[in-house]
Design a protein around this ligand. Structure first.
Ligand code: AMP
Ligand code: MG
Length: 312
């Protein structure tokens, strides 16, 4: 795995590699992504192979400027535009009716496409250097933890890429909020640090919530996902002997406190689970965060990390 600092030169090389159909691991503000030229069906198929991701899980297309939105989406409802204008660039993905040219590999055959304009300067410069939108899911194997630092990228993934661009730790640390505007009413498909309330405030209306018995629309909707290899169990309080994550002060040597601020907690959750995963313990215990709206995204990821039933 070829990890390189994200210098101007390396970014130019990444752009060339992407144009030649190769994959590149890039930093974004959410998590590291395994990027491919979204206009190249073969390159996109290589992403699915590297991730061992089922072909029915669509990818998010990343753009660097507003002009590229018109290259991707066939129609933009006014309410979607309002949300994008407020939160872009940033950790918000919108699902819109797609233009015909987008390879069906990207959208898993759906007639909609998920689009995001990241704020991370390296992600934006790579998209510009490639000169086209990039399809990029998280740079991890299907169901595994998303990497939030270059050195947390699984070599099994990194080896498929021409290079892993190191842009430092991801500031947001959780996957983007996903809102679907392709149906009659806007629907929250995946909670993220851009909260439901902040979006409803901007939209002036309520967001529907995806229910799990509808046809699967993406990997974020699998019940088990974003999981370390070590089993994770949610508990109300850790004892001094327990290994895991606490909200308040640590009371034992195996405990890491992520504090009680939801955004700061989100920023460090995956890297902490990654570190705990490597301790070789039988189980990682995590204190259940408050059942309040600002913790919705963390609750969602912890539920998925701790789900031990059938994989979907
Ligand atoms: P990931 O790339 O792993 O961060 O996840 C992609 C997410 O985007 C999934 O959770 C889906 O909810 C969503 N997604 C991507 N494309 C579509 C689409 N065409 N329709 C609905 N959801 C989509
Ligand atoms: Mg993912």
């Amino acid at each position: 795995m070829n990890i390189v600092p994200a210098t101007h030169e390396a970014i130019e090389q990444a752009g060339e590699a992407l144009r030649a159909g190769q994959l590149v691991v890039i930093p974004t503000e959410t998590v590291y992504g395994l990027a491919a030229d979204a206009t190249n069906a073969e390159a996109v198929r290589a992403v699915f192979t590297a991730k061992q991701r089922p072909a029915d899980n669509p990818l998010i297309v990343h753009i660097a400027d507003w002009g590229q939105l018109g290259d991707v989406a066939a129609k933009i409802p006014p309410v979607a535009l309002e949300l994008m204008e407020h939160f872009w660039p940033g950790p918000l993905t919108v699902v819109l009716p797609k233009l015909k040219w987008i390879p069906e590999e990207v959208t898993a055959g759906l007639d909609s496409v998920a689009v995001r304009m990241p704020t991370h300067p390296v992600a934006r410069e790579v998209i510009r250097a490639a000169g086209r939108p990039l399809a990029a899911p998280s740079a991890n194997r299907f169901m595994q933890l998303s990497p939030t630092r270059a050195d947390h990228v699984d070599p099994n993934i990194g080896d498929f890429a021409a290079m892993v661009l190191d842009g430092g730790p991801c500031e947001v640390g959780l996957e983007s909020t996903v809102v679907d505007f392709s149906g009659d009413r806007p629907k929250l498909l995946r909670p993220g640090v851009i909260s439901r309330q902040s979006m409803e405030l901007v939209m002036g209306s309520e967001l529907d919530t995806a229910v799990s018995d509808e046809p699967k629309k993406g990997p974020g909707m699998y019940r088990r996902h974003y999981a370390p290899r070590t089993p994770v169990r949610l508990v109300s309080k850790l004892g001094p002997e327990d290994v895991g994550i606490v909200l308040g002060n640590a009371t034992g040597p195996g405990q890491i406190s992520l504090g009680d601020d939801a955004d700061a907690y989100s920023a460090h959750l995956y890297e902490t689970l990654y570190d705990l995963d490597r301790k070789g313990v039988a189980e990682i215990l995590v204190e259940i965060p408050p059942q309040t709206p600002e913790w919705e995204a963390v609750q969602d990821r912890l539920r998925k990390a701790s789900h031990s039933g059938p994989e979907d």
